[in-house]
Design a protein around this ligand. Structure first.
Ligand code: FEO
Length: 385
């Protein structure tokens, strides 16, 4: 795959990975992207996961022929991109490693050395000329680690965006759900907490003329870039992407599930534009997290457990709070056979979030649904529709 006449794709697809970053299922695999810029000087943009050194190296050598790379640009030190730095330097000992000062600190942690013979530190707006291609480095702290830089090539108008604009899924698998579905799950899982930092990066690159975005995961983006920039703006400002209601529930004997389903049906009947119903114990938690950030209204329905919150709901809410969940309308449904306390406990956690509006209707089920509960569900649907 060529990005331009002089920029080539040398990344790999991983179909063996069970969990990305130790927690995210990747049913369509994962791509670790890497690129090489061929000019008077040759620059390699990041490496790939440790398991793919041979494939990556053979792609690199095929792209450069008998020449040798002058630079390995390390935009991000997470091992899915940086694991092969030492192997690269063994192969090309003359090459310079170009990275932020913080990246070299982390490099020393991983490799026991920061490669003093090869080290080239770059800071905000530092430039590196390869010949025709002039690279400008832009710091992007916490998108997704503190050492991250992104790189702009003014010759081909390419933004190498590190983890930004990345997505789950290998590049040799057709993704029928479109880009946003797995990009959103990736974004909110991995960088969602750092909306302020993503906003800062979007501002820094706003005035660049960008024709192509080359992320470290997912497809190269080269058309309708406004769509991707706009959706990243919505996500990173915790805006509402789609009107609708997301109901997340846990249920032990089916009674809380029944309440969630009745509410969903009532919302549909009342014309709610979209209702997403998620069983936290059986679905992919990361999917539910992305839905909570996608829609403007979220219902939490769960059972009381050890005078607290049922475990899957507790993890879910803690994850949202940790990821800076905000700007939403939320509603609470609790179940408890003798001392229901889950709603109070959920509220105490959610009150840590900025700009949440709690629905007026809060529902307590004592074991099984009553006629009163069904009327309360109707009132809640009326409030949220
Ligand atoms: Fe793709 Fe944060 O590493």
């Amino acid at each position: 795959m060529n990005i331009s006449d002089t920029i080539k794709y040398i990344g790999v697809n991983d179909h063996e990975l069970d969990l990305f970053e130790g927690q995210y299922i990747v049913p369509n695999g994962m791509a670790y992207n890497s690129y090489v810029i061929l000019d008077d000087k040759i620059a390699v943009m990041d490496s790939v996961d440790a398991n793919f050194f041979d494939e990556w190296m053979s792609k690199l050598k095929e792209a450069i022929g008998t020449r040798k790379p002058d630079y390995l640009i390390v935009q991000h030190m997470e091992p899915d991109h940086s694991a092969n730095i030492a192997n690269f330097i063994k192969e090309f000992p003359e090459a310079k490693i170009v990275a932020s000062a913080m990246a070299f600190t982390i490099m020393k942690n991983f490799f026991g050395t920061d490669f003093p013979e090869n080290k080239m530190v770059v800071g905000e707006n530092a430039k590196l000329s390869l010949g025709k291609h002039e690279l400008t480095f832009v710091t992007a702290p916490m998108v997704h680690w503190p050492e991250v830089i992104v790189t702009y090539d003014s010759f081909d108008k390419v933004l190498f965006s590190a983890d930004g604009f990345g997505k789950f899924g290998a590049l040799d698998v057709e993704d029928d759900d479109g880009w946003a579905c797995e990009a959103r799950r990736y974004y909110f899982g991995i960088v969602g907490k750092y909306g302020i930092q993503v906003q800062a990066l979007l501002k820094k690159v706003a005035n660049l003329e960008i024709k192509t975005i080359c992320p470290l995961h997912g497809p190269v983006l080269n058309e309708n870039l406004k769509y991707y920039l706009d959706i990243y703006n919505t996500w990173s400002s915790y805006g509402v992407e789609a009107e609708g209601v997301m109901i997340a529930y846990t249920s032990v004997y089916g009674n809380t599930k029944k309440a969630a389903e009745i509410l969903a049906q009532k919302l549909v009947d009342k014309g709610c534009p979209k209702v997403a119903l998620n069983d936290l114990a059986r679905g992919d938690m990361a999917e539910v997290v992305e839905d909570a950030f996608k829609y403007g209204k979220v219902v939490f329905a769960t059972t009381t457990y050890n005078t607290e919150i049922f475990p899957f709901m507790r993890v879910f809410i803690d994850t949202l709070v940790e990821h800076n969940f905000q700007n939403r309308t939320v509603a609470l449904i609790e179940n408890g056979s003798w001392a229901p306390t889950a709603a109070k406990a959920m509220k105490a956690k959610l009150e840590k979030c900025k700009n949440l509006t709690f629905a007026n209707t809060s529902i307590t089920i004592k074991s099984a649904l009553t006629e009163d509960n069904v009327q309360q569900l109707d009132a809640l649907a009326e409030e949220l529709k």
